[in-house]
Design a protein around this ligand. Structure first.
Ligand code: SIN
Length: 303
């Protein structure tokens, strides 16, 4: 009998499919389409210490095989999340991954400390949002990334995953591993630009926006392949995954699990279809566990 579960640090997920932050709300709407508890886990929208209204519209713009977004982390804040959303998520039986963003290491620490006393299962430190005016992407800098993770680790006993930008270098991944991260999530959106040719101005108020969807998949896969070879902790692959075949590619590149984002907007059943497709793949290939193919694309792999 195949074991479809995966282990990330001390945590076991029933399968390697996780709904990505920002593309799944808090899970409730998708639960009308299928039992969301059948997913390995659900990442919340990026949460901040205090509520945020987000960026002015427009906030999304479709591109060939992709989606630019400039949401700007609209969210109710960690206290309201814990009070109003988390009980419903736990009642639904979800493994809850709280995605957290902040302006500085101290503020990350504050939000993470509050969440660490709640019922969330994992905290995903988001050091890769490209959409906040005037803010650098901390995850692109090894030293700054390490400082945030050090601070959060000292305040939290729950599993800490760190979501990196596509521009993160191997040294940033290794630096957060050294500070006690339990997993690396790669990648967040690529910074992109769209211009309205009638006005000659950028479409988005914040000029740049984050590109996701199949357009970025081979680029994300390349990053995951490299990171998986460079760190010991699990890598969770993200970037344009829309089918179970895409998910298999990421596992073969070395990912322990994958997150499904933009595909949920195209087809609300996408994540569940990927769970089922992977299950069938395991049976067809007579795999006993994901370990048998994880990282097989790397040179020197036994496969
Ligand atoms: C946003 O809210 O603008 C996107 C969040 C992210 O990319 O981390």
């Amino acid at each position: 009998m195949a074991d479809r579960s995966i282990r990330i640090g001390g945590l076991t997920l029933k399968n390697p499919i996780i709904a990505a932050s920002g593309c799944f709300g808090f899970g409730e709407e998708y639960n009308e389409f299928y039992d969301v508890a059948r997913l390995g886990g659900v990442c919340t929208k990026g949460l901040t210490r205090r509520p945020r209204e987000g960026n002015p519209p427009p906030r999304v713009f479709e591109t060939p095989c992709g989606l630019l977004n400039s949401i700007g982390l609209q969210n109710p804040g960690v206290d309201a999340f814990i009070r109003e959303e988390l009980p419903m998520m736990k009642e639904m039986g979800l493994v809850v991954i709280a995605n957290v963003w902040a302006e500085c290491a101290e503020e990350y620490g504050e939000a993470v400390e509050i969440l660490s006393r709640s019922a969330v299962d994992v905290i995903e430190i988001n050091i890769s949002c490209p959409n906040v005016p005037g803010q650098v992407i901390v995850g692109a800098q090894a030293q700054q990334a390490a400082e945030v993770v050090r601070r959060c680790r000292s305040l939290c006993d729950k599993p800490l995953w760190v979501k990196l930008p596509p521009t993160a270098q191997i040294d940033a991944a290794q630096a957060v591993e050294e500070q006690g991260a339990d997993a690396i999530c790669a990648v967040n959106t690529f910074r992109g630009l769209a211009i309205d040719i009638e006005t000659g101005r950028p479409i988005f108020a914040n000029t740049f926006a984050g590109l996701s969807g199949p357009a970025i998949r081979p680029l994300a896969l390349q990053v995951v392949y490299q990171l998986a070879a460079a760190v010991e902790i699990p890598v969770i692959g993200i970037g344009g995954i829309t089918s179970w075949q895409d998910a298999v590619e990421f596992i073969m590149a070395g990912a322990h699990a994958v997150q499904i984002g933009t595909a949920n907007f195209i087809d609300p059943l996408a994540s569940m279809k990927i769970v089922e497709g992977l299950q069938q793949f395991m049976e067809d290939r007579r795999l006993h566990s994901w370990e048998e193919i994880r990282g097989c694309a790397h040179e020197g792999s036994p496969l």
